[in-house]
Design a protein around this ligand. Structure first.
Ligand code: LIP
Length: 257
């Protein structure tokens, strides 16, 4: 088995175990805390799932590095680093609302080469290996071929900080009349997989972290989407725009206005 295939196999098996715990604890009484603001929630299940994934990675690959949303920070010596979001869409998880997932990516020498996003309530496991395309539940997926921005269904998200939300709301008010409609799912990893499968035509958001994006960006790009920063140039955690080639510039023009 190639190294990429064994990394993909490990990511997929951990993502399956992770959603078993998510579903087991869904709707049960769980401890909840807050992070950056009173609405930026973290649960004991976020921590439990992250621990499960970290233990699984170190058991299989003890020299790898790990970066996790809930604090995992392992340097590693192998040149490989895993980027983990145990529950992307924690607010949805707490409400039992569809649109949460586990997101696991593996970087080799700084480049993401494997990505898995497992969305339990939709029963969808998305996966990609760099250069090998993207799949949903094992079947190949491709992004939308929409070319008309006025007919584009666009996903986006909002931060937890009130000032940032005010700015993000103003952007929506500005672009809404020039696109088909907006979708707000509540989890960047799920949004990027929606772009990858053509469930939406495009996605953009500011102010995210590497763990929200790493796996989803590889899946969307392997499905044919272009992933860049909203202002242009390579995508970065603080600014991401994902769309089929024909929609990138028209959507950028609306967003940077
Ligand atoms: C979420 C992101 C989402 C964003 C939310 C939140 P979390 O991550 O995936 O795109 O709009 O505000 O940041 O906090 O659920 O891991």
């Amino acid at each position: 088995m190639s190294e990429l295939a064994s990394l993909a196999e490990l990511a997929e098996s951990l993502a399956r175990k992770a959603v078993e715990v998510q579903l087991e604890r869904l709707g049960s009484r769980i401890r909840v805390g807050t992070k950056s603001t009173a609405t930026d929630m973290v649960t004991e299940v976020d921590h439990e799932v992250e621990r499960l994934i970290v233990d699984g990675i170190l058991a299989a690959r003890p020299d790898d590095g790990i970066l996790g949303e809930e604090g995992a920070d392992v340097a590693g010596t192998s040149g490989h680093r895993w980027i983990v979001d145990p529950i992307d869409g924690t607010t949805n998880y707490l409400y039992g609302h569809p649109g949460f997932a586990v997101s696991i990516a593996c970087e080799r020498e700084g480049e993401v080469v494997v990505g898995v996003v497992n969305d339990p309530l939709h029963g969808e496991l998305y996966a990609a290996t760099r250069g090998d395309g993207a799949t949903r539940n094992g079947a190949p997926i491709r992004c939308s071929e929409e070319t008309d921005i006025a007919k584009a269904l666009v996903a986006t998200g909002f931060g937890y900080d009130p000032e940032r939300r005010r700015e993000q709301g103003a952007v929506i008010a500005r672009v809404l009349a020039d696109i088909r409609d907006i979708r707000r799912m509540g989890a960047a990893a799920v949004d990027l997989c929606s772009v990858a499968s053509g469930r939406v035509d495009a996605y953009f958001e500011r102010g995210l972290n590497a763990w929200d994006l790493a796996a989803g960006e590889l899946i969307a790009s392997e499905a044919g989407a272009v992933i860049e920063a909203i202002e242009g140039g390579p995508a970065r955690a603080g600014s991401v725009l994902a769309a089929p080639p024909a929609l990138i510039e028209p959507l950028r023009a609306l967003l940077v206005g």
